[in-house]
Design a protein around this ligand. Structure first.
Ligand code: GLN
Length: 545
């Protein structure tokens, strides 16, 4: 049977529970164990697919097409294990399943209650398909004390009785702030948050203490005493220069050793952390740097582009350089002067247009594409970015001013149009306009065929690729001639040859648009080939700046 580790958070949000869980996963993996990471989300949405990126950050898409929290991206990047839809569980999902059962009469007349029906459903979700893992690490979203989180805390409290003390471990991630006026680190917020947890029947076994400076012996003693944990289980989690340092620094603080001790596992040889050391070494001592501009709509919240940001860093790691990212608000370009556009875009070595929705900011994104095309700056269009590169070409080179996406309203030249059905293996999936918005896009992994005479083929060294998708609109092949007349070619299509997946320019050193999201599959120890190539092209330009 798997062993269960529950990670809760206290004091404030944004302490990095996702990175902490993912890093512990990486450490246990480095000790030879098979890990499974799961996120339990207290919010009422069924999934984050319909949530505003400004509020919720990126929507991470799994191979099997679930729209999930961005923490699943951390899990995949740190462990290389691909998540599934069962690894993201929200209150909304639990309640809709329980209510559907109630409607079917499955509860045989019982009064349906939070305890035991909701908590049983949460426990079943935690246990689902866990048999083959050595460890299941479950992160509970939110902060201890949130009303929404109570059923989850109750469920994990009960689980210790179900699976046994030696098969379960509670880790509490907390903040130990430095108060300048007092000149000391304060333990009281952690004491209160642990008391809150204890009042729900949960005694944390390990405290993971975020702090901006080392936690002295006296504070450790206090934390251990007041929070009822062993002093060696007060683990310091200092701020570090790169997230990829976290597994190493947790190991140095003894986290994985304490975890193994709790589960009465023989201390094997120390974990092999060479890959993390190599990554950190390149990140801290790059041989050069490169500046990439990301022109999008959600640039004021970098979390909205979490995987993209990491994939660019990975591309830099592969080329041994630091990637400076300029987050450029597309609306700023669209509302500003030509001089501002040149000021913002001319220093860039590469321009990336990320995924997005809705018409706002698209003029600015197309101005950036035009600038990159004319000045031969490497241009990478992802999903929305690919669709806009098609519109830019048709409008500016093809003089088809009316070319548009039906996402933005009716048009006489729907160069990008709504897909209403698409094939997934032998199954035809349909979308009915006016129906539900949630979970109805073309989601998850689909295969794609690349033309052998394309740059994309050279980059992948393979004609058959598979990538993750999240879109509802698609480049319209009715206009392929008009598009080719502008120099933009469709070089990748779905295996049935129906849907365009990759476009590129032959008259440009590096101009590629992809309908999928390659950033979701990039890992620090296995950077995505498109990002490696994009950063390389950005580095190798002979432009004068
Ligand atoms: N809005 C576009 C579509 O739905 C692009 C989506 C995206 O960039 N993820 O097709």
């Amino acid at each position: 049977m798997a062993r269960f580790i529950f990670v809760t958070g206290g004091v404030v949000s944004s302490l990095g529970k996702g990175i902490a869980s993912a890093s512990l996963g990486a450490l246990l993996q480095a000790r030879g164990y098979k890990v499974l990471l799961r996120k339990l989300e207290p919010y009422l949405n069924v999934d984050p697919g319909t949530m505003n990126p400004f509020q919720h950050g990126e929507v991470f898409v799994t191979d099997d097409g679930a729209e999930t929290d961005l923490d699943l991206g951390h899990y995949e990047r740190f462990t290389g294990v691909n998540s599934t839809r069962y690894d993201a569980v929200s209150t909304g999902r639990i309640y809709s399943d329980v209510l559907a059962k109630e409607r079917r009469g499955d509860y045989l007349g019982a009064t349906v209650q939070i305890i035991p029906h909701i908590t049983d459903a949460i426990k079943a979700a935690i246990l689902k398909n866990s048999e083959t893992a050595d460890f299941v690490i479950c992160e509970i979203g939110g902060t201890v004390g949130d009303i929404e989180g109570l059923p989850f805390l109750e469920a994990i409290r009960q689980l210790r009785n179900d699976v046994g003390y030696r098969n379960s471990l509670y880790i509490h991630l907390t903040l130990v702030p430095f108060i300048p006026t007092a000149g000391e680190l304060k333990t009281k917020p952690t004491q209160h948050s642990v008391q809150e947890l204890q009042s729900k029947g949960i005694q944390p076994d390990i405290l993971l203490c975020r702090s901006d400076r080392p936690i002295g012996a006296e504070e450790r003693r206090k934390l251990a005493l007041f929070c009822n944990v062993k002093p060696e289980c007060v683990i310091e989690a200092l701020d570090v220069s790169t997230v990829y340092q976290v597994p190493i620094s947790y190991h140095q603080q003894g986290l994985d050793e304490e975890v193994c001790k709790h589960f009465a596992l023989e201390a094997k040889t120390p974990p092999d952390l060479t890959i993390w050391e190599q990554i950190v070494d390149i990140v801290n001592r790059p041989e050069g740097d490169v500046t990439i501009g990301v022109v999008g709509k959600y640039t004021c919240l970098v979390d909205a582009y979490k995987s993209l940001h990491q994939a660019l860093i990975h591309g830099g790691i592969a080329n041994k350089v630091h990637v400076n990212i300029e987050w450029i608000d597309a609306e700023e370009l669209e509302n500003g002067s030509k001089a501002l556009l040149v000021e913002r875009l001319s220093p860039l070595h590469g321009i990336l247009i990320p995924g997005g929705f809705g018409v706002r900011g698209t003029t600015g994104m197309m101005l950036a594409i035009e600038y990159a095309r004319e000045h031969k700056i490497p241009l990478f269009g992802i999903c929305f970015g690919m669709q806009l590169s098609v519109l830019e070409a048709l409008r500016n080179i093809g003089k088809h001013k009316e070319a548009n996406s039906t996402e933005f309203g009716p048009t006489s030249m729907p160069a990008v149009g709504l897909m209403t059905e698409w094939a997934k293996g032998d199954v035809v999936l349909k979308y009915f306009p006016g129906g539900d918005l949630g979970g109805t896009m073309r989601l998850g992994t689909y295969a794609c065929q690349l033309s052998r005479d394309s740059k994309a083929y050279d980059i992948y060294s393979n004609a058959h690729i598979s990538e993750r998708h999240r879109h509802r609109y698609e480049v319209n092949t009715a206009y392929v001639k008009e598009l080719e007349n502008t120099g933009l070619y469709i070089v990748g299509k779905t295996e049935d040859g129906v849907l365009p997946e990759v476009v590129e320019r032959k008259d440009h050193p590096w101009f590629i648009g992809v309908q999928f999201h390659p950033e979701l599959k990039s890992r620090p120890f296995k950077p995505h080939p498109l990002f490696i190539s994009f950063i390389k092209a950005a580095l190798n330009q002979n432009r004068l700046f």
